[in-house]
Design a protein around this ligand. Structure first.
Ligand SMILES: Nc1ccn([C@@H]2O[C@H](COP(=O)(O)OP(=O)(O)OP(=O)(O)O)[C@@H](O)[C@H]2O)c(=O)n1
Length: 394
């Protein structure tokens, strides 16, 4: 059983709500992950108590989303989100309900949820409430919309992409009617903010079954509305595997290099992501000939290892093992600029020249000289190299 501390807090909170005369259960993703024996992340509690009633039961609460019925309860200092059972009113723009209505019945709350595997609840005593066959779908590894798939997707078109992301994470197939409904309404994904799309794709990159997910993206027609040439490049994703979403973005950019800016804009890359991607692509290019000592010195290990993986996924011949990257890096005479035994002041003292851009040029040359073994990394040898080789050659 894969329950964590948050789960225990949830059970304690449920107990307190029940003592006050209301119903409360753990719902949604936590129940799904519990049944799958996967790590449970966010534990959500749902209750028949209204937000005002929840606030009366607990002395410390924060109104994090009270208009949607969500209260953050700090129980014995530990936070847990408690949401009142609700139904959602009419939806506008295929992305958000106009209003939510609080209800006292768990059944109504569960039937507005997206997929059967996400529409179960678990009581304090461990009883599972499964009104739509979620347990069976978990056993049969199927993503199936609750009730009418078209209705569910028109309520929130992002659910179409969620179906595919869950499928990529869990290795599940998408039930036929659910998949058909996505095909029919795939264009509605255009109503969804790109940030939300990017968050789903980021979860997809970290999934165990990315290739299958991308196939579904194509089959469901959703790929047409995303940036990236998935249909033509699908085979290049066969070996892709990562724990870091930025590696997925970088690989997408590698495959669609001419569209880097378009991809970066569409998926709203952060500055940090852009830097990582550029570094990886540069390291990948450098690998086409051979990484120099300077490449090993100036590039982070994770960037080099990612570029190495890309070469493997591209079926390139790489004549060394991935483990050797770290070894080569560790065996360099210096690991960083500040390990150089001299600095700008030394250069000024040795030459009586004024401060200027020449110092950086000379220090860069000194690093290269040390990396290549032209001089040892100590002040005496570096001075000799500097006065004899560096200055004399200019
Ligand atoms: N578009 C959405 C988003 C969420 N939900 C419901 O709200 C629950 C919680 O949503 P969320 O935290 O976004 O996702 P999880 O299912 O918990 O999965 P993950 O944490 O992997 O995103 C879901 O299980 C589902 O019951 C839904 O019906 N429709």
């Amino acid at each position: 059983m894969n329950v964590n501390e948050e789960w225990r807090v949830a059970l304690r909170v449920i107990d307190k709500i029940e003592r006050a005369g209301f119903e409360a259960v753990i719902v949604g993703g936590a129940v799904r992950d519990f049944l799958l024996d996967r790590t449970v992340n966010d534990v959500d509690v749902a209750t028949s108590a209204l937000p005002s009633e929840v606030k009366q039961i607990f002395s410390a609460t924060v109104d994090v989303g009270i208009e949607h019925g969500t209260i953050l309860v700090l129980d014995e200092g530990e936070p847990i989100e408690v949401t009142t059972y609700r139904t959602e009113g009419t939806y506008t723009d295929y992305r958000r309900p106009e209003e939510v209505t609080f209800v006292r019945s768990l059944e109504q709350d569960l039937e507005r949820r997206d997929f059967t595997i996400n529409a179960m609840a678990i009581k304090k005593d461990g009883t599972i409430i499964d009104l739509f066959g979620g347990k069976q779908d978990i056993e049969q590894k199927v993503i199936r919309a609750v009730g009418n798939a078209t209705v569910r997707f028109r309520e929130d078109a992002l659910r179409m992409l969620r179906a595919i992301r869950f499928s990529a994470q869990l290795g599940f197939s998408i039930e036929q009617k659910t998949l058909e409904a996505i095909k029919v309404d795939s264009d509605l994904i255009d109503f969804i903010a790109n940030e939300r799309i990017a968050m789903e794709m980021a979860k997809m990159w970290k999934s165990d079954y990315v290739y299958n997910g991308l196939r579904l993206l194509i089959d469901s027609r959703l790929a047409r509305y995303l940036v990236g040439n998935f249909p033509e490049q699908i085979n290049q994703w066969k070996q892709f595997k990562t724990a870091k979403p930025e590696v997925g973005w970088a690989y997408l950019c590698l495959l669609n290099r001419q569209d880097f800016q378009k991809i970066a804009d569409f998926y709203h890359f952060s500055r940090k992501e852009k830097t990582f991607i550029r570094d990886v692509l540069n390291a990948y290019d450098a690998l086409q000939s051979k990484w120099t000592a300077m490449d090993y010195f100036s590039t982070n290990l994770d960037v080099l290892e990612t570029a190495y993986d890309f070469a493997i996924w591209q079926n390139l011949d790489v004549p060394f093992a991935k483990e050797s990257i770290q070894k080569v890096k560790n065996s360099l005479p210096i690991q960083s600029r500040d390990q150089l035994a001299i600095n700008g002041n030394d250069l000024i003292a040795w030459t009586s020249r004024k401060k200027g851009p020449w110092i950086k040029v000379a220090l860069d040359a000194a690093i290269i000289a040390v990396l290549h073994g032209y001089t040892e990394n100590n002040a005496e040898n570096l001075k000799e190299w500097f006065l004899n080789d560096f200055i004399n050659e200019r």
